[in-house]
Design a protein around this ligand. Structure first.
Ligand SMILES: NC(=O)c1ccc[n+]([C@@H]2O[C@H](COP(=O)([O-])OP(=O)(O)OC[C@H]3O[C@@H](n4cnc5c(N)ncnc54)[C@H](O)[C@@H]3O)[C@@H](O)[C@H]2O)c1
Length: 286
């Protein structure tokens, strides 16, 4: 296991990266957010694979766990889902000290983080990212939020987690398409900040495609270091942090041309939003 610190003064936190970390989730959460109850927010797909082991670990550490599963995919990142999650948390009498634990990809992390930032005016937040994209990008830096029919990520907050736990074993069950989506962000870090990383990715495509843990562990660590360093210098995206959106403008154009579907989309319903009946426009960076 390796650990990086995101140095943000009183809002500092650790990112732990390694295999089999879900096993000790409860113990780690109790170190940063001791309480009697907690919310474990996940999506239906991730919950079916990792929900029980995460819940059991939290219970071993003494938590009464309220497990909340939202539908998988971007359509869960909206205010009506936030409202339903608040209701379930209030019914379970979760308190201000009760940690909110996000177990899943960027959708669950952004949604659960927004819930944590706003329920009772803020509860402790823990990220357990299970996609490559979430491990190298969305779980670090404290941007949380949801979409509106008018656009993506239009409502949100800067709300740092108390801990990020990247269990590398979870990447083995990730569908190929999602893994490749995460690789795009990894390549981005090479381009914006680290030539050696970029050259190594070019030279080691076989190990990358095989998801070799020996190779991936230091790569994920390096990406988290870069993201942490940018977030430390520009926590609220005053300028420098925009570099993390490198490549997204052309990506958004490709998505728009492809109608947020078809060959370029990562999921059939990507960026579609039931309420307005139209596609969500990507007007902002992630
Ligand atoms: N907050 C930020 O700084 C930031 C940065 C980048 C992206 N994002 C946001 O992240 C979201 C995209 O995140 P994502 O790409 O992780 O998508 P996602 O959360 O929708 O996950 C992709 C799919 O993979 C499944 N999945 C997740 N982990 C799995 C696992 N280990 N095994 C099997 N299946 C698994 C999920 O159920 C889902 O169907 C977008 O909403 C984007 O706006 C936020």
């Amino acid at each position: 296991m390796t650990r990086i610190t995101v140095d943000l003064g009183p809002r500092s936190y650790g990112i732990e990266i390694g295999p089999n970390l879900l096993e000790s989730l409860g113990e780690k959460v109790s170190e940063v957010a001791p309480a009697t109850r907690c919310a474990l927010i996940t999506d239906e797909s991730v919950g079916a694979i990792y929900g029980t082991s995460a819940q059991e670990s939290l219970e071993r550490a003494g938590y009464r766990v309220e497990r909340i599963a939202v539908g998988a995919g971007e359509t869960s990142k909206r205010l009506s889902v936030v409202g339903a999650v608040y209701d379930q948390m209030a019914a379970a009498r979760l308190e201000r000290k009760s940690p909110v634990i996000a177990l899943g990809g960027g959708v669950v992390g952004d949604l659960a983080g927004f819930v944590a930032a706003t329920y009772l005016r803020g509860t402790p937040f823990i990220q357990v990212p299970t996609t490559l994209l979430a491990q190298v990008d969305s779980s670090v830096g404290g941007k949380v939020g949801v979409n509106l029919p008018a656009g993506k990520n239009l409502v949100g907050a800067f709300y740092q987690p108390k801990l990020v736990l990247c269990d590398l074993d979870t990447l083995q069950s990730l569908p190929e398409r999602e893994y490749r989506a995460g690789l795009a962000e990894v390549i981005k870090y090479g381009i914006i900040e680290d030539v050696a990383l970029f050259e190594s990715l070019e030279a080691q495509t076989r190990r990358l495609n095989e998801r070799s843990m020996d190779y991936l562990a230091p790569v994920i660590r390096r990406c988290c270091e870069i993201k942490a360093s940018v977030a430390q210098r520009d926590e609220r995206e005053g300028g420098l942090r925009q570099i993390l959106n490198f490549g997204h403008t052309i990506g958004h154009a490709i998505e728009a041309v492809a109608g947020y579907g078809g060959v370029f989309a990562r999921r059939g319903d990507l960026d579609r939003h039931g309420q307005s009946g139209g596609p969500i426009r990507k007007t902002h960076g992630v």
